[in-house]
Design a protein around this ligand. Structure first.
Ligand SMILES: [Zn+2]
Length: 109
């Protein structure tokens, strides 16, 4: 993905390196260690969460973009459902941010 935020380029590289370090330089889904990407769970365009460690996750190309059945970009519902089961604390932080920032205008009751 081309990132147009060149002023953030150094920070984004540091963010990606830190995400990968936290995840042991492996795809958190399948354990592959080659060509790992740091994926933004909430889109990179959102400034508030762009450099937030909890918003990052290490994925192989298949689980990042290419699998129709199970990739963060191609099938986000499956990915988020997996995140809820496999990494509940991280999922909860993302969910709480979304509820507070994007869904707070709705009355769920
Ligand atoms: Zn993978």
């Amino acid at each position: 993905m081309k990132v147009n935020y060149l002023s953030n380029k150094k920070e984004l590289k540091e963010w990606a390196d830190t995400v990968k370090l936290r995840d042991g330089h492996r795809c958190v889904i399948c354990g592959v260690t080659e060509r790992i990407n740091a994926h933004h769970i909430l889109p990179v365009e959102i400034e508030e969460t762009r450099l937030w460690l909890e918003n990052g996750i290490s994925l192989c190309p298949k689980h990042h973009k290419f699998s129709r059945n199970f990739s963060a970009h191609n099938n986000p519902f499956v990915f988020l459902y997996w995140l809820e089961i496999a990494r509940p604390e991280q999922y909860k932080k993302i969910k709480d941010f979304v509820l507070a920032n994007y869904l707070s205008i709705f009355n769920f009751h």
